[in-house]
Structure formats: C-alpha cells, structure tokens
Design a binder for this molecule. Sequence first.
Ligand SMILES: *[C@@H]1O[C@H](CO)[C@@H](O)[C@H](O)[C@H]1NC(C)=O
Ligand SMILES: *[C@@H]1O[C@H](CO)[C@@H](O)[C@H](O)[C@H]1NC(C)=O
Ligand SMILES: *[C@@H]1O[C@H](CO)[C@@H](O)[C@H](O)[C@H]1NC(C)=O
Ligand SMILES: *[C@@H]1O[C@H](CO)[C@@H](O)[C@H](O)[C@H]1NC(C)=O
Ligand SMILES: *[C@@H]1O[C@H](CO)[C@@H](O)[C@H](O)[C@H]1NC(C)=O
Ligand SMILES: *[C@@H]1O[C@H](CO)[C@@H](O)[C@H](O)[C@H]1NC(C)=O
Ligand SMILES: *[C@@H]1O[C@H](CO)[C@@H](O)[C@H](O)[C@H]1NC(C)=O
Length: 528
Amino acid sequence: MKSFYCIVGAVFTVATGVAAGTLGAGNTNIWPRADNVTAFSNFAKTLGLSDADIKTLGDKHAKATATELACMTAQCSLGITQVDTTPVNSTIVDENWYMESSSLAIIRLMFFDTGPRRVLNNLPASFCQPIRQVSFAVRSGGHSPNPGWSSIQNGILISMEKLTAITLSSDKSFASVGPGARWGAVYTALDPDKAVVIGGRLPQVGVAGLILGGEFGLAADNVKNFELVLSNGTVVDANAEQNSDLFWALKGGGPNFGIVTRYDLYTVPVYEVWGQIMIYAPSQALDVLKAFDEWQLDGASDVKSSIALDISLDSITIGLVYAEPADLPSVFAPFYNLPPLEIAVPNFNTTFSAVNAILGASFPTTQARHDYRGCSSKINTNLTQDVYKFWLPKAQALHNATGANQTFALQHIGSNLVQQGIDKGGNALGLSVEDQQWWTTIVDWDSESDDDQVRAVSIETTAQWKKLSEERGLDIPFIYMNDASRDQDPIAQYGTDNINKLKQVASKYDPKQVFQKLQNDGFLLSRI
Ligand SMILES: *[C@@H]1O[C@H](CO)[C@@H](O)[C@H](O)[C@H]1NC(C)=O
Ligand SMILES: *[C@@H]1O[C@H](CO)[C@@H](O)[C@H](O)[C@H]1NC(C)=O
Ligand SMILES: *[C@@H]1O[C@H](CO)[C@@H](O)[C@H](O)[C@H]1NC(C)=O
Ligand SMILES: *[C@@H]1O[C@H](CO)[C@@H](O)[C@H](O)[C@H]1NC(C)=O
Ligand SMILES: *[C@@H]1O[C@H](CO)[C@@H](O)[C@H](O)[C@H]1NC(C)=O
Ligand SMILES: *[C@@H]1O[C@H](CO)[C@@H](O)[C@H](O)[C@H]1NC(C)=O
Ligand SMILES: *[C@@H]1O[C@H](CO)[C@@H](O)[C@H](O)[C@H]1NC(C)=O
C-alpha cells in the first residue's frame, strides 16, 4: 500500500466532519476524476489560485487517491505553508513519545483563526467529500507510545501541537491551556502569578504527575470546561452547565467524542511546597517498597503528602512532596529511617513549579521505542514484593539480551482522591472509594525486531499482578488510561452502566460515529 499522509492543523477537523455514507470504503480508493477536476477548478478560483496552479493541481488531482486529494485540498484552502504533505521526513510520523516541537517547524498553522475556518466552512460539498472519507489521527502532545494512536501512515494527522497558549483568568480562578502545551510549560507560565493547576503526568516521567491528586483529585476532575470540535465541525463547550453529559464523559472517556481544543483548569490554593529527592540502590528495593507501603497505609491519609516512586534497573528514585512549606514532615518517617545511597535534593521549601521541573529533569529522555502498561491493586506489601521479585529477573535478563530499560513504578491513590472526583461532578472511571495503588512500567528499547520479546515482560508482569491479587482478594480491575498499552482495554473496566452512558453520549454528539470509524486507533468505544 502506498503510504501517504499530510499533517494539518486542528482547523481541519471542520472538514473531517460528517462522514459521508461511504464510511469504511477505505482511504486508498482512487478518487473519481474528471467531473471533479472541474469542480476543483471552480473551487480553486474562489480561493484566488492562479490558472497555472489550478492546472498543476488539477493534473495531480486526476490521479489522486482520496488521502492525497484531502491533503491537496487542505493545502489549497489553508495555504501551502500550513499543510505538510508527503514526502516529509517520516520520523515525524513515527515519533510519538518524546518530540521536540522544532521537528515540526513546517506546520505553521495557528488554529481557529477565522480565515481558514471560514474557508473550510464554505468548501463545496464535492471537496469535503474526499476529506470525509479519509482516516485521521489526532496528536495533542503526541505522548501516546501506542503505534497509530497519535500518528498515521496513510491519512490525515490532525496536529494540535501549535495550540500551546496558556492564559490565566483575570480572577486567577482558572487557567486556559491548549492541548499542545506541555505541563512543564504550564507550570512555568503560571508561576509568576503563583497559580498552580492539577496537571497530568510529566510526559517523560510516567510518575509524579499526579502529585497534589491526593488533595484535589485527578487532573480530569479539576477541569472547569472543555472546548472541543465535534465531528460535524461545531465548536462547543462542555462544563457543569452546558453539555454536562459530554463533560462527564470527557473526564475519562478518551478520544471518543470530539477533539479538545482548550482546557480550562481550576487553580488550586497551593504554591510553596516542601520536597526531598532520594536515590536508593536497587538492592534496597524490597525495603523501599515496605517503607512506601508504611506511608501508603498511614502517612498518606495526610492528603498534603505525596510520593513519586520509580524503580529502574540502575537505581530507585523517591520524591517526597508536601503541599505546603515544612521541615522533614513526619508522615515520611519510613524513608528517613531508610538511609539512601544519596540525597539528590535535600529537605527544601520551593515552588510547585520547581519541584515539577526537578522531578522531570531526573528522568532520562531518550529517542527509542517505548511502551508502557498499567494495572491496579489494593495496598499489600507481600503482594507488591512478590510481583517485584517476579518482574526483576525477567527485566534484567531482557536488558542483558536486548538493552531494554524498564521501570517499576507505583502511584498511591487514596480514597480522598476518588471522593474528590465524585464531589466535583463525577467521572466515567467507575473507581471505588478506597485506598489503592496504580502500578505502571515504562519500557524503552531500540530494535523493532525485539518488540514482542520486550513487551512480553510487562505483559507477564500485569498478568502476575492480576493472578496474585485475585488469589489474595486484593484485585482492583481498574486500568489507568494514561498508563494503558495498546492491547489493554481501560474503558472496559469502567462498569456496564458507565460504558452504556458513554456510548449514549458518543451517539448523541457524534451521530455518524466519525470518531469510531475514521479515527485510526485509540481507546475507542467501538473496541468494547
Ligand atoms: C528527520 O527528522 C529528524 C528529527 O528532526 C532528523 O534527525 C533527521 O535528520 C531528519 N531526516 C531527514 C532525512 O531529513
Ligand atoms: C465527483 O464528486 C462527487 C462527490 O462530491 C461524486 O458524487 C461524483 O461521483 C464525482 N464525479 C465523478 C465523475 O466521479
Ligand atoms: C520551610 O518553611 C517553613 C515555614 O516557613 C519553615 O518552618 C521550615 O523550617 C522551612 N523548611 C526548610 C527546610 O527550610
Ligand atoms: C506476608 O507474608 C508473610 C510470610 O509469607 C506472612 O507471615 C504475613 O502475614 C504476610 N502479611 C500480609 C500482610 O499478608
Ligand atoms: C545480566 O548480566 C549481568 C552482567 O553481565 C549478570 O551479572 C547477570 O547475572 C545477568 N542477569 C540475568 C538475569 O541474566
Ligand atoms: C538504557 O539505559 C542506559 C543507562 O542509563 C542507557 O545508556 C541506554 O541508552 C538506555 N537504553 C535505551 C534503549 O533507552
Ligand atoms: C452538530 O452536532 C451537534 C450534536 O449532535 C448538534 O447539536 C449541532 O446542531 C450540529 N451542528 C450542525 C451545524 O449541524
């Protein structure tokens, strides 16, 4: 199959809307020719293209596949500098975890300014048609390492990466954040105003992002409003008052309803915090897990405390954070009693933004193949140690054989975090109000030929969590979507009522099911 794709700005969602009756016809169809060359020429004249350009494009058009035509049309209507077509550097398509925005400098479209949007709304039907048959993928931060979820080989990549605006409301009660903004940039931008929002994970970290969650709930539960484009091109707001069913669904329902173009996030009354970062030797892992559980089962009831725990094959990083100025808060005593190899950052008061930057910087960022995987359980030291002992020799042997690096990370989720979600209007996740832990692993490796061998270790490890926790009555079926791998099914764990409600919301806001049928891949309701 010929590989062809183009990258366009979010504005193009207007044109991907309202899939025509030929859904499923595939994106490799040769688009019908002659009549539409005429239609193209008429359309191009309305855009003010020269006769020579019309002739060139028209000649191409006569041989174009639907994807090519969609890309050409996008170039015509949005401007040649705004839409990148093949052959572009294919690493841009493949990169999907860690990506410098500079590698995408060719995309210059600033989305949703009235010019291109107006043009797209006025596109003659004959030109929307091909676009509406073409598969697409949406890339916000591009952090999904799952292949084809924020990238596409033959279709349209709708890139949100230039939507990076970060603004604070005049009363500082909420911040508006574009989907392309990185959390580090969000915290830095809000820092001069002493404003803090509840962020997702640091992209390159995989732990630590839910710090403050114990006190205020998940990032999704602290969203005041989502602005999104529906499949028919309409831009709507979803919040507690407007489209509240959609608001509920967006807090956990993945890419099933529309494309979010702005998040309004409540600020929280935290600015100065206390922190300490310690490095332990891998040989201390069982003691570290024990100390972590002592905190989970006791100290963590103080919701101002949180711990980032990340075990790699080389070292163990423990980040202690207390959500106000302090001096060695006693809730972290189990760690003060366990001498580390090194105190990387000692007992200090600083800003939340600085802690975030330090935790982010202490993790490597490599350009390699990536996968991650998640599961959940009740808190039990024997269970965690047993799974760790299962994982370690496999991870070491794999490292020896392939060079793959992988981590063993745990996130404490206290009952208050779950309760916050309920108190803030509920979400679709179906979490039960109890203390629990979310485990995740991040795996980096180099060679495609090792994919199956590498992924087998994390797959076996989640199976071991499941087996032991079920045997011991410690199972929690929840899978955190941000940690889920391509073959996991986080939405399937939300419970039948929530799944049915999500499907109803999806049919109401996307009646033609564009996001299920044309979206390349993702945690789609149609998979369940
Ligand atoms: C493609 O882009 C990557 C990342 O920016 C760069 O390292 C590489 O040299 C580029 N390849 C070509 C052929 O331009
Ligand atoms: C031109 O495009 C329209 C859709 O807008 C399609 O119905 C028609 O069949 C096309 N013409 C030819 C000759 O294929
Ligand atoms: C942090 O600030 C608090 C309140 O001002 C103070 O009591 C505490 O000693 C400070 N901690 C450190 C490590 O300096
Ligand atoms: C953990 O295992 C040990 C021995 O295998 C047992 O004595 C202990 O009761 C277990 N603890 C828990 C909390 O299950
Ligand atoms: C991995 O290699 C190291 C160093 O060569 C060796 O000590 C260790 O036993 C190996 N581990 C496994 C599980 O193969
Ligand atoms: C694995 O970690 C080692 C040591 O930190 C590093 O040199 C190597 O590049 C890493 N490999 C991958 C695939 O990330
Ligand atoms: C777009 O879809 C929404 C939800 O189905 C609907 O309310 C709205 O009227 C539609 N807009 C247009 C222009 O068809």
